[in-house]
Design a protein around this ligand. Structure first.
Ligand SMILES: NC(=O)c1ccc[n+]([C@@H]2O[C@H](COP(=O)([O-])OP(=O)(O)OC[C@H]3O[C@@H](n4cnc5c(N)ncnc54)[C@H](O)[C@@H]3O)[C@@H](O)[C@H]2O)c1
Length: 596
C-alpha cells in the first residue's frame, strides 16, 4: 500500500512553487505554502489566485472548485509551519548553500517520517540530502514550467534514497495526474540536460546578432513545431534561474562549454531583466508576471514597412530542379500568383514533376483547401522546360538541385550568363555555404539563400540566408517574396545549419549520447521532451523520421564548421548508420518499424 499524503508543504512560492501548490490543491491535497516574508507570501498568493482565476475564465475550472482549491492552501511565513506535513517540496532559488540550509532546518522541523523533496533543476540531490540526518528520505521531484500544465515529473533517486520513498512518490505523481520518469542524480536530469545547451546556444546567436529574437523564436516554433521559441522560453523560466542552472550544469556536467552561460545572460540578470516575472527579459511584458508581450524598441517595423524598403518587383520565377523540394516550391509560387518557369534536365523529368504538382494540387481540391478554378489557374501559370535559357527573362531563380557544391556552383555560373541583370538568385541549400555558390557568379550581391522546409506547401517557415556579400535590396526582395507566399521568412547569417538545424541537431545528438551512456531509455527520453517541454515528437522519434544518415551528415557539418567539441557526432549514431539502421525509411533506426 502506497503511503497516504494528506498534507504537503511547499517552500518558496515563485515561478515554480506557486504552480506546484496549485497542482496539489487541485488534486484534493491540503497544502501548507511557505515563504520567507509577508511580501513574498502575498506575491505567491497573487500568482495562485491569478492562475486559478484564469482557469475559471477559460472554463477549465468552475468557481466552486476554485474556492475549494484555495481553501486547501494555508499560507505561512517561516518553515516552522511545516511540522505536521507528510511531504515537503522545496522550490527556492537554485543555490546549493541556500537549499542545504533549508533542508537542515526542515530536518529539524518536520515529522521524522516526512519525505523531503527538492524541485532543483540541476543541483545534486545527493549533496542536498546530506544536509539532513535522513538522506534516505530525500528525493528530487522535478516539475516542469508551468507546473499545472506540463504532464512530466522527473523523480530523482540518489544512491541512498529508500525504495519505499521512491515508490510512494511515484504513486503520488500518478494521483496528481502526472507521468513520471525515475532517474538517477545527474546534472540536468533528462530534460534540462537536453534543453539548456540549446537555450544557451540560442542566446549566443542573439548576442552575436546572428538573427533577431523574433526570428530565432519563429524559426524554432514554425520549423520544429515547438510550443514556444527558446528566448521566450528563457523569459518564462526566469533568466536568474536559467543562469544558475547553466552554471551548475557547466560545473557538474563535465565543463561542457555549451553550458557556460552566455555573457549576455549574466548582464541581463545583473540589470534586473529576469524575464516575465520582472516584466522584461528578452521581450518586454505588459507588467511583471504577465504573459503578454508588448512592443519595445527592438520590435521590428510592421511587415509592410519592411517590404517597402527597397524590394525589387518580382513577377516571374524560375525553379531549377526536379526533386521533392523543387516540386513543392513550384506549387507554392504558382499558387501565390507568380508566373513559374520550371527547368529540369529533360522532358521525362518535367513530365514527372508536372504530374506530382497536379496530384498535390488535386489533393488540395479534395480537402476543400483550393477551388478547381484556383487549381487550374495555378497550373496555367507554370511553364515546363528542360533548358536553362528559358530563364533569360525571369525576376527570381530558386535553385533546388542536388546538395553537391560542384553541381550548384556550375549551375550558378550558367545562371550568371543567362539571366538578365537585377535578378535575385536563390539557393535552397540546407547545409552548403551560400557564399560559395554566390562567388561562382559575377553578381554575389544578388545571391541569397531561401531555405524552405519539407513539405514546402505546408511548412510555414523559410530561412533567408544573407551572405557577407548579399545586398540589402536582395534581402528585402527575399522578405517580400516570402510574405507574398504566405510564409514567415526569418533572416540569418550564412553559417552551417542556419538557425533551425544549428539549434536542433546538437540537441538530437545529445539525446543519442545520453542513451549511449545508459542514463535513460529512448522511451523515457522521448516522454521527457514531449511531456516536460511540449515537443511534438521526442528526439528518437524525430531522428527515425528525419533519417539517421541525414542527421549524422548535418551534425558532421556543424562540427566541422564550428569545431565545438560538444558537437562531435555521437559514436552510437555513427554505428547505427554504418549498420544500415537509418530510421523509418530502412525499417529500423532507434526503433524497429517493421513490426508496426
Ligand atoms: N523556473 C523554472 O522554469 C523551473 C522549472 C523547474 C524547476 N525549477 C527549480 O525550482 C526552484 C525554484 O525556481 P523558481 O524559478 O521558481 O525561482 P523563483 O526565483 O521564481 O522563486 C523562488 C522563491 O523562493 C522564495 N524563497 C527564497 N528563500 C526562501 C526561504 N528561505 N524560505 C522560503 N522561501 C524562500 C523566494 O521569495 C521566491 O518566491 C529552483 O530550484 C529551480 O531550479 C525551476
Amino acid at each position: 500500500m502506497a503511503r497516504e499524503f494528506t498534507r504537503v508543504g511547499v517552500v518558496g512560492l515563485g515561478t515554480m512553487g506557486a504552480g506546484i501548490v496549485e497542482v496539489f490543491a487541485r488534486n484534493g491535497v491540503d497544502v501548507t505554502a511557505v515563504e520567507i516574508s509577508d511580501g513574498a507570501l502575498e506575491r505567491g498568493r497573487a500568482t495562485l489566485t491569478g492562475s486559478t482565476d484564469r482557469a475559471v475564465a477559460k472554463g477549465k475550472l468552475v468557481e466552486a472548485e476554485r474556492d475549494a482549491l484555495l481553501a486547501r492552501v494555508d499560507f505561512r511565513v517561516g518553515l516552522d509551519a511545516l511540522h505536521d506535513v507528510d511531504l515537503v517540496i522545496e522550490a527556492v532559488p537554485e543555490h546549493l548553500d541556500l537549499k542545504q540550509r533549508i533542508f537542515a532546518e526542515l530536518d529539524r522541523v518536520c515529522k521524522p517520517d516526512a519525505i523531503l523533496a527538492t524541485n532543483t533543476s540541476s543541483l545534486s540531490v545527493t549533496e542536498i540530502s546530506v544536509a539532513t540526518t535522513r538522506p534516505n528520505q530525500v528525493i528530487g521531484i522535478h516539475f516542469f514550467n508551468p507546473a499545472p500544465v506540463m504532464k512530466l515529473v522527473e523523480v530523482v533517486r540518489t544512491v541512498v534514497t529508500s525504495a519505499d520513498v521512491v515508490a510512494d512518490v511515484e504513486a503520488l505523481c500518478e494521483r496528481l495526474g502526472k507521468v513520471d520518469v525515475t532517474i538517477s542524480d545527474r546534472a540536468g536530469f533528462i530534460a534540462n540536460a537536453l534543453l539548456f545547451g540549446y537555450l544557451n546556444h540560442a542566446v549566443g546567436m542573439f548576442e552575436a546578432r546572428y538573427a533577431t529574437r523574433e526570428d530565432i523564436d519563429a524559426a524554432m516554433k514554425l520549423g520544429c513545431g515547438l510550443p514556444m521559441g527558446p528566448l521566450a522560453l528563457m523569459d518564462l523560466i526566469g533568466l536568474d534561474t536559467a543562469y544558475e542552472i547553466l552554471d551548475t550544469m557547466y560545473r557538474r556536467g563535465g565543463r561542457d562549454r555549451r553550458h557556460a552561460p552566455a555573457p549576455l545572460l549574466k548582464q541581463m540578470v545583473t540589470a534586473g531583466l529576469l524575464g516575465r516575472k520582472s516584466g522584461r527579459g528578452f521581450y518586454t511584458y505588459e507588467r511583471p508576471g504577465s504573459p503578454k508581450v508588448v512592443p519595445d524598441e527592438y520590435t521590428p517595423l510592421a511587415a509592410d514597412a519592411a517590404l517597402a524598403d527597397g524590394a525589387r518587383a518580382i513577377a516571374k520565377v524560375g525553379v531549377v530542379g526536379s526533386g521533392t523540394m523543387a516540386t513543392g516550391i513550384i506549387e507554392v509560387f504558382a499558387k501565390a500568383g507568380y508566373e513559374v518557369v520550371s527547368v529540369t534536365r529533360g522532358a521525362e523529368k518535367s513530365a514527372k514533376v508536372c504530374e506530382a504538382v497536379k496530384t498535390s494540387l488535386n489533393k488540395g481540391v479534395v480537402r476543400g483547401k483550393l477551388s478547381e478554378t484556383d487549381r487550374d489557374a495555378a497550373l496555367g501559370r507554370i511553364t515546363w522546360s528542360a533548358t536553362l535559357e528559358h530563364l533569360a527573362d525571369v525576376d527570381l531563380v530558386v535553385e533546388a538541385v542536388i546538395e553537391e557544391l560542384s553541381v550548384k556552383k556550375a549551375l550558378f555560373a550558367s545562371l550568371d550568363e543567362i539571366c538578365k541583370p537585377g535578378v535575385v538568385l536563390a539557393t535552397t541549400t540546407s547545409s552548403l555555404p551560400v557564399i560559395d555558390v554566390a562567388m561562382a557568379t559575377q553578381r554575389p550581391a544578388d545571391v541569397v539563400g531561401l531555405h524552405f522546409f519539407n513539405p514546402a506547401p505546408i511548412m510555414p517557415l523559410v530561412e533567408i540566408v544573407q551572405t557577407i556579400r548579399t545586398s540589402a535590396e536582395t534581402s528585402a526582395t527575399a522578405r517580400a517574396v516570402c510574405a507574398k507566399l504566405g510564409k514567415t521568412g526569418v533572416v540569418c547569417g550564412d553559417r552551417s545549419g542556419f538557425i533551425v538545424n544549428a539549434l536542433l541537431f546538437p540537441y538530437l545528438n545529445d539525446a543519442v549520447k545520453m542513451l549511449e551512456a545508459s542514463y535513460s531509455t529512448a522511451d523515457d527520453i522521448d516522454y521527457a521532451m514531449k511531456l516536460g517541454c511540449g515537443y511534438p515528437m521526442g528526439p528518437f522519434e524525430l531522428l527515425d523520421v528525419v533519417g539517421l544518415d541525414v542527421s549524422l551528415a548535418i551534425q558532421r557539418e556543424l562540427y566541422l564548421e564550428l569545431r565545438e567539441p560538444g558537437f562531435a557526432p555521437a559514436p552510437l549514431l555513427e554505428h547505427l548508420v554504418t549498420a544500415g539502421y537509418l530510421g523509418r525509411k530502412s525499417g529500423r533506426g532507434f526503433r524497429d518499424h517493421t513490426r508496426r
